[in-house]
Structure formats: C-alpha cells, structure tokens
Design a protein around this ligand. Structure first.
Ligand SMILES: Cc1cc2nc3c(=O)[nH]c(=O)nc-3n(C[C@H](O)[C@H](O)[C@H](O)COP(=O)(O)O)c2cc1C
Length: 146
C-alpha cells in the first residue's frame, strides 16, 4: 500500500488543522498516512514513504519556524529519488504580503535537492483553511496520488 508521511509545524493550530485535512483526504484516496509534528520528525523518516508532504506556517520575516528548521536543513542529507513530494503553507497575506508563505517556498527548494518529484503545485493558505482552500487541498491530494 502507498504510504504518505506528513510532517507539520503549527503554533496556533491553523497548519495542524490543514495537516488533519490532508490526512483525511489521503486516507479517503486509499493511502496509509503517518502524520508527525516537526519536533518529533527526522528527515530520514521520509526514506520509507512513497509520498512526502510538509505543511508549515511562516514566522519572523519570511522565516522557517524554529521547530522545523533542523528538519528542513537535514533534507539536504537524504536521497528521496523515486518519491513524490508536496508542500502546503499557511501564512498571512494581509500582514505579511511580501513574505507570504515563504517557508513553503524554502521547503520546495529543499525537496528539489533530494531527487523527489514534485507531485503538485504548492498550496498557500491565508491563515486557516476555508472552503476554497479545502477544494485546493483535495486537488493537491488527487495530484499527489495519481
Ligand atoms: C511573529 C509572526 C510572524 C509572522 N511572519 C509571517 C510571514 O513572514 N509570512 C507569512 O505569510 N505569515 C507570517 N505570519 C503568519 C502565520 O504564518 C499565520 O498566522 C499562520 O496561519 C500560523 O499558522 P499556525 O496557526 O499553524 O501556527 C507570522 C505570524 C507571527 C505571529
């Protein structure tokens, strides 16, 4: 069976909820899911997954949250050739228009260096997921599993 691993960072709950939506939709598509908070995850965990997903908010001035920084940096040391990856970001496009979801962009760059194939365009969500975002997350999952 196909295994997806979702690693997420969330301070106030928006990204955690997004990761739960992703888990639910992947399971509905017949995929086994392992969803782990960044603090408890290691980049090498992705080595036994078929689909690798990161969901992260953006902090500071367009920065990675502290708790997912090591995970991000350690992706440079893993070989994910043959696997599919996808990234989802939560940010605030009104308060931080110039750095909206840039942590998600940093993960996309890191994944590109692992040899994994991008399964879907990065989904960027303004704070918590609304109906339109949930539809975009469904498309994201559909593309990752096909
Ligand atoms: C101090 C601070 C800095 C932030 N910086 C950014 C930023 O640079 N870019 C952005 O898109 N969002 C930024 N945000 C907004 C959060 O990423 C956004 O509220 C997100 O939904 C939080 O996710 P969470 O509920 O999973 O913690 C910032 C929030 C705080 C509190």
């Amino acid at each position: 069976m196909t295994l997806a691993k979702i690693v997420y960072a969330s301070m106030t709950g928006n990204t955690e909820e997004i990761s739960e939506i992703l888990e639910e939709k992947l399971k509905a598509a017949g995929v086994d899911v392992d969803r782990v908070e960044a603090d408890d995850a290691d980049a090498s965990d992705f080595e036994d997954a078929d689909i690798c997903v990161v969901a992260t908010y953006t902090y500071g001035d367009g920065e990675l949250p502290d708790e997912i920084e090591d995970f991000h940096d350690d992706l440079a040391d893993v070989d994910l050739a043959g696997k599919t990856y996808g990234v989802v970001g939560s940010g605030d496009d009104e308060l931080y228009p110039d750095t909206f979801c840039t942590a998600a962009d940093l993960f996309e760059e890191a994944f590109e260096a692992t040899g994994a194939k991008k399964g879907s365009a990065t989904v960027k969500i303004n704070n918590d997921a609304e109906d339109e975002d949930v539809e975009n997350l469904q498309k994201f999952v559909d593309e990752l599993v096909k």
